[in-house]
Write a protein that binds this ligand. Sequence first.
Ligand SMILES: Nc1ncnc2c1ncn2[C@@H]1O[C@H](COP(=O)(O)OP(=O)(O)OP(=O)(O)O)[C@@H](O)[C@H]1O
Ligand SMILES: [Mg+2]
Length: 308
Amino acid sequence: MRAEMPDVVSGQPGAGKPDPVLVIDSITRSFGGVRAVDVAHLEFQRGWITGLIGPNGAGKTTLFNLLTGFDRPDTGRWTFDGTPLSRLAPHQVARRGVVRTFQLTKALAKLTVLDNMRLAAPGQTGERFFGALIGTWGRQEQANTRKAMELLTRFQLDAKAYDLAGCLSGGQRKLLEMARALMMDPTVVMLDEPMAGVNPAPTESLLQHVKSLRDDGMTVVFVEHDMDVIRDISDWVVVMAQGRVIAEGRPEVLSSNEAVVDAYLGAYHDQALEFDAEGNPVGQTAVLVAEIESELEAAIERGQDLSA
Ligand SMILES: Nc1ncnc2c1ncn2[C@@H]1O[C@H](COP(=O)(O)OP(=O)(O)OP(=O)(O)O)[C@@H](O)[C@H]1O
Ligand SMILES: [Mg+2]
């Protein structure tokens, strides 16, 4: 079931939406001389799956990092349900309902599937992690465990609850990442290439799960390079290039826009993320993943809230 698409929404970059949940104004972020994000105005419609597309380096991940508090903009502001979000830390953003997925790091791979879920629950941040290790689970933890098991059942991971997360298949890891995000009861879920490196069969199930988030009333923002997936799943597509929003519209309109496809997507396949048959990153992709892993491990050591 596709979300309803009021005709009042124009396809111009920065188009107004009938009921936007996130509204961004004049947000910029540069690294050295590179303007990674330069978005004048952007609205994400509540209850839609918005596909965010664009070539490598377009600024998609940087935009996610900014919106979820993992990075600070040079200029600009944005609101969530009318409330400014711009100055908040990741766990504060997550607690308000804007949650992104994060990868299963080496450290998290050494925990059970269930403990991965418990760590993603809102509440005491660092204490939670260490409390979990020394076995001081209280009432809240029991509630969290129940909720975790319910979500694991929804994502067909309940039989794996007591297995180490590192033993999961590529597709199951992605399901766990999504399930973990739901521990926060989010309003907005941001998924950055949630299917990268997953084989076709699990991809189909992942897609169904993404659609089910929308059917449960969540707003989904979704970075994906595969245009077939984008067409299948998105209610709306936003195209970024060189930090800017260069087009937005319904998927069927955009994908017939040859200028968009040629100029901004055609080049992608040359430098796609690379994975081996088992879904392990290789080459430059492996370098990137290693960076992300060491960052998340450092966050764990600092006792930071990992749910964001
Ligand atoms: N921490 C950083 N330090 C320096 N430059 C960065 C950093 N993060 C991103 N960039 C640069 O900002 C630009 C946007 O990168 P970003 O990762 O947001 O693109 P993307 O659209 O997510 O690309 P991809 O499709 O490859 O994931 C790129 O030029 C990138 O090299
Ligand atoms: Mg990216």
